[in-house]
Design a protein. Sequence first.
Length: 241
Amino acid sequence: MNTKIQKLNRFIDEARCIVFFGGAGVSTESGIPDFRSVGGLYSQKFKYPPEYMLSHTFFVEHTDEFFEFYRSKLVPPENVKPNAAHIYLAELEKCGKLAALITQNIDGLHQAAGSINVLELHGSVWRNYCMACGRFYATDSHKSDIPRCSCGGIAKPDVVLYGENLNTEVVKKAAGFISKADLMIIGGTSLNVYPAAGLIQYFKGSRLVIINTSPTQYDSKADLLITDSIEKVFGRLGGNI
């Protein structure tokens, strides 16, 4: 292990309560594109800007086109599997080191790897709910262009679109775990998406680690900064828990 990986390993060994905060970069090595990098979703050409197509306004005004875009670009193919980062975090939780895993991702790969206490800030593609009666459905419960509940209401994906608020209970829980952590590891996120990125202000612990392929606005506050893929970094730590 190089010096920074060794230091990270020591931080983890010495920590009593770890919280992980992650974004799209955690899942890119599993074959799920991120949003803002070169080749990411936002750099691709569509009929409308991707940000608009992922908004509440577009969902309401172009519901059929929203579902077409959502199914083709946001719902992972069945062959997508957790990578070394997902697996390492699940093992870290299993051994009692990781108190909570806070994610901006909606792909469900953390749960697929075995993680239990996953706080999904932006929801999950694996849940739909009826906007009329509130009944929940699995993602593939409907095959029609606009999925509908038996009551007639639209079955909306349980994901947070632009213009919608985060789930207050999930945010409250995330802030609570962050405030109690002595080590916070941030990985695979640009920290540009608010209000999710604002949760970092609740961290009062002694050690902050940032692992990302590109700079973030919080880099100067990190006790350890690793500019690399989170999958590669955690892959090198695997087996050292």
